[in-house]
Design a protein around this ligand. Structure first.
Ligand code: LER
Ligand code: MN
Length: 279
């Protein structure tokens, strides 16, 4: 298990769900605080200077955990199920560039709110469109070793795939080995009856986790039961990234520190469990 934190460019939208803004300043900061990775929240690949990124990562011994894509939608309303083919084609080409970048950095690209909404359209038609687009992207990503991670998002932000079970149903329809799930415990706190039970039941599909407390602050600042979540991580054997997607309050550095100070002891207990149980 490794810990990551969401980071964007200095020009990221105000609405971007990231802790840090500015790669040069905050990739070293994340490493100093003890994070193993950074989740790059991008609107377009041209926000990244690959040579600079490679230097920042190697100088700070930190990895890219994933490329996240919520800002593509927030920036221009582009979405994978856009009713207009030209707009869908535009977002597909943006995603193919993310996949190219992820081939070197992280091997994972998320699909959250950028899937779009059903709105007043027919649910089956939108789902068919989504399956068509996602199949094309999975086929493009597969030879590059990149996995797409679909994020169930709560009903107040999205009207399409709110629960982990709905995510699994979509995965079963697409049938691509490089399509997995990214459950976010903030959304799960709203949509699932028990977060831990849902993680255990769906572990075979889970490739990545977003962490935030019930109020979207750092874990430990709200009322989400992280003990229950770590118990489920332990008993299911989850060994992927845990990425912090929290509000930068009271300020980015304090939020990032609160999160790691709360989580590291829990993670150490888990690792001790693995050692003593020979996992
Ligand atoms: C938004 O609430 C969120 O959790 C993102 O990761 C999905 O776009
Ligand atoms: Mn999330």
């Amino acid at each position: 298990m490794k810990l990551s934190i969401a980071i964007a460019d200095t020009k990221a939208l105000a609405s971007a769900f990231v802790v840090f803004r500015g790669f040069e300043k905050f990739i070293p900061k994340a490493a100093q605080l003890g994070y193993d990775g950074v989740e790059l929240a991008l609107k377009r690949v041209d926000e990244i200077n690959e040579a600079k990124l490679a230097t920042l990562l190697s100088e700070n011994s930190i990895e890219v955990s994933c490329i996240s894509t919520g800002q593509v939608y927030a920036d221009s309303g582009l979405r994978l199920t856009h009713p207009k083919k030209a707009s869908r084609d535009e977002v597909i080409s943006i995603f193919k560039e993310f996949i190219d970048l992820a081939e070197t950095y992280g091997k994972l690209v998320n699909i959250g709110r950028v899937r779009g909404a059903i709105g007043d359209r027919n649910r089956g038609d939108v789902e068919d469109l989504f399956i068509e687009v996602i199949t094309e992207l999975c086929e493009y990503a597969d030879p590059k070793g990149v996995t797409l991670i679909l994020e169930p998002v709560n009903r107040y932000e999205c009207d399409f795939i709110n629960t982990v079970e709905e995510g699994v149903a979509l995965l079963n329809k697409v049938q691509a080995s490089n399509l997995k799930l990214l459950p976010d415990v903030f959304h799960m706190n709203i949509e699932e009856d028990k977060i831990g039970k849902s993680i255990i039941q769906n572990i075979d599909h889970i490739k990545y986790l977003h962490f935030a407390d019930s109020n979207r602050l750092a874990p430990g600042q709200g009322h989400t039961d992280f003990k229950e979540i770590f118990d489920s991580i332990q008993s299911s054997g989850y060994d992927g990234w845990i990425s912090l997607e929290i509000l930068p309050r009271p300020n980015p550095e304090v939020a990032a520190k609160q999160a790691i100070d709360f989580l590291l002891p829990l993670m150490k207990q888990y690792e001790a469990y693995n050692l003593t149980h020979g996992k």
